[in-house]
Design a protein around this ligand. Sequence first.
Ligand SMILES: NC(=O)C1=CN([C@@H]2O[C@H](COP(=O)(O)OP(=O)(O)OC[C@H]3O[C@@H](n4cnc5c(N)ncnc54)[C@H](OP(=O)(O)O)[C@@H]3O)[C@@H](O)[C@H]2O)C=CC1
Ligand SMILES: CCCCC/C=C\CC(=O)/C=C/C=C/C=C/[C@@H](O)CCCC(=O)O
Length: 284
Amino acid sequence: VDPYMRSFSKTHMKEGDVMIGGQVAKVIQSKNPAFPVGSHVVSNSGWRTHTLSDGTGLTPILPEWPKDVSLSLALGAIGMPGLTAVYGIEDVLGLKEGETLLVNAAAGAVGSVVGQIAKIKGCKVVGSAGSDAKVAYLKELGFDEVFNYKTVGSLEEALRKASPEGYDCFFENVGGPSSDVVLQQMKNFGRIAVCGSISTYNDSQPQTGPYPYFTMIFKELKMEGFLQSRWEHKHPETLKRLLAWVKEGKLQCREHVTKGFDNMPAAFMGMLQGENMGKAVVAV
Ligand SMILES: NC(=O)C1=CN([C@@H]2O[C@H](COP(=O)(O)OP(=O)(O)OC[C@H]3O[C@@H](n4cnc5c(N)ncnc54)[C@H](OP(=O)(O)O)[C@@H]3O)[C@@H](O)[C@H]2O)C=CC1
Ligand SMILES: CCCCC/C=C\CC(=O)/C=C/C=C/C=C/[C@@H](O)CCCC(=O)O
């Protein structure tokens, strides 16, 4: 279950449609030699227990996938959320060694990978998350400064305390009014990767400004929205790098597992309400 399902379902679906989504699936019958019986694939077939496919939209699991690494990570750190983290950091932000990066929804599927990759690249990492347990988890992952945005009182003070000199890069997952507060604390020529805006996915009104134009102008900020699919041509190579980091112990992955297909709606709503640490998945 992923946040984009909420925004997509509002704009592209009607009642009775099958919810979109990715799954790791096992091939149980096949007339296609590219997908032998017993092999595993990542499939964009939505919320289904079984799928009849001509092979379109199926990606075989990397052949070098080790037996002791859970296949479900192909939906998380070694899948779409992990790819999002890499492209946001490398292709959008161009994060450089020694810079300071802020990421929100930091204990989630994308955010937890963002912070760890930024540490691999030699940066100072500040993360915000919605519970004290998440804050403790992010410290375990090596984040330099972490705070619980629900209890800090003043977001502005928390950001200033975590990095008095400001922020070079902001990996934005949350959106809404908190973004304006962050923008005020960007360094001059700061870069912002707009990955998601989960705090707005339930809004019934279309999004409008105004945006803090003066801050953007006088700090000369650069802000870029992106979808990970822009770099689809790089997915195989990037997945190999993510798998290597996991095998080397440089990238730790946690999953929030809900059991049972019938519990998919509950798992989805729980993720939107912040119940997950790491990637929210459902085991069927
Ligand atoms: N651009 C792209 O290509 C992609 C974008 N995304 C985006 O990345 C973001 C993270 O996705 P993902 O890692 O899968 O999800 P997460 O695993 O981070 O789960 C969602 C988390 O969002 C946080 N959250 C929910 N509501 C709010 C709120 N109102 N304010 C602040 N935080 C909130 C909760 O954590 P907490 O307890 O900390 O509040 C929750 O656990 C989303 O915005 C998603 O849409 C994801 C994939 C691809
Ligand atoms: C299609 C997304 C429309 C809503 C956009 C809102 C926010 C940004 C966001 O969250 C985008 C996510 C994009 C996800 C795309 C996923 C597909 O490629 C399917 C992935 C299947 C998998 O590998 O897990």
